[in-house]
Design a protein around this ligand. Structure first.
Ligand SMILES: [Zn+2]
Ligand SMILES: [Zn+2]
Length: 258
């Protein structure tokens, strides 16, 4: 069994054939999917999906691109929304300096509020960080000093230093189709180096279709392609990488029924 720990099934790209998407994932051996929230105010759309399919769960959070729009969301509000049985994680929240969406200040406030909610609930936080290694590292360190929390740095594209810092704080690193791209030698070197109990696979679909599907709409079934490259990179079998990443998923996303 493999797990897609990060997809966006509520995006309009999937509206036409959600049943088909989920059945193709099941047929490909994807045992669980987590559809990740990008706007707290749109949680109902995710809940409708997570309630419709037994093997799909969701998170609740504000993507850094939407940080201004949802500025001021409190840890208490997030904590209350995690009481729903299908909500198994916080996020995605974090820092994204690649695009101009979301001021850095609002992103940082949102990031810290989500960390506080993760700490209080014991649920994992899905962290989105792009072109923000130094600030992300500093916030993780400051927040960890206030009390531990669980998290994954999803769709990892940052440097080695931030990844190793995150691992030292007990966090996980998630890999997408970017791992399969030709130019991703440094990322593969990092993926080969990380401890086997800290790695996850994900699609971030509909974005980032891996390898042979590049340029097309991505979907959870294709997480197999990410796992294949991760296995090759680490010199283990696909069965072994499936076992490790799935075990890691259930350890981190402990509210998901095994
Ligand atoms: Zn993201
Ligand atoms: Zn995402």
């Amino acid at each position: 069994m493999l797990v897609d720990s990060h997809c966006h099934l509520d995006f309009p790209d999937f509206a036409e054939d959600l049943d088909g998407i989920v059945s193709r994932a099941r047929a490909a051996g994807i045992g669980r999917m987590v559809t990740i929230s990008t706007r707290v105010r749109q949680l109902n759309q995710l809940l409708a999906i997570a309630e419709r399919y037994d093997d799909v769960y969701c998170s609740v959070g504000t993507h850094p691109h939407n940080a201004d729009e949802e500025d001021g969301i409190s840890p208490d509000e997030l904590i209350a929304l995690t009481q729903h049985p299908r909500v198994v994680a916080l996020g995605e929240a974090g820092l994204d300096y690649f695009y101009d969406d979301g001021s850095p200040e609002a992103q940082a406030r949102g990031f810290r509020a989500h960390i506080a909610a993760a700490r209080a609930t014991g649920l994992p936080l899905v962290i989105h960080t792009r072109e923000a290694d130094a600030d992300c590292s500093r916030i993780l360190e400051e927040e960890a000093a206030k009390g531990s929390f669980r998290a994954v740095l999803h769709c990892y594209t940052g440097g080695r230093e931030l990844a190793l810092k995150a691992v030292s704080l007990g966090l996980y690193i998630g890999f997408t189709g970017i791992l399969t791209f030709k130019k991703s030698d440094a990322l593969r070197a990092l993926a080969a180096e990380l401890p086997s109990d800290r790695i996850l696979v994900e699609t971030d679909s509909p974005y980032l279709a891996p390898g042979k599907f590049r340029g097309k709409r991505n979907e959870p079934a294709y997480v197999v392609e990410v796992a294949k490259v991760l296995a090759e990179t680490r010199g283990v079998s696909l069965e072994e990488i499936s076992r490790q990443t799935t075990e890691n998923f259930f350890r981190l996303f402990s509210k998901v029924e095994a």
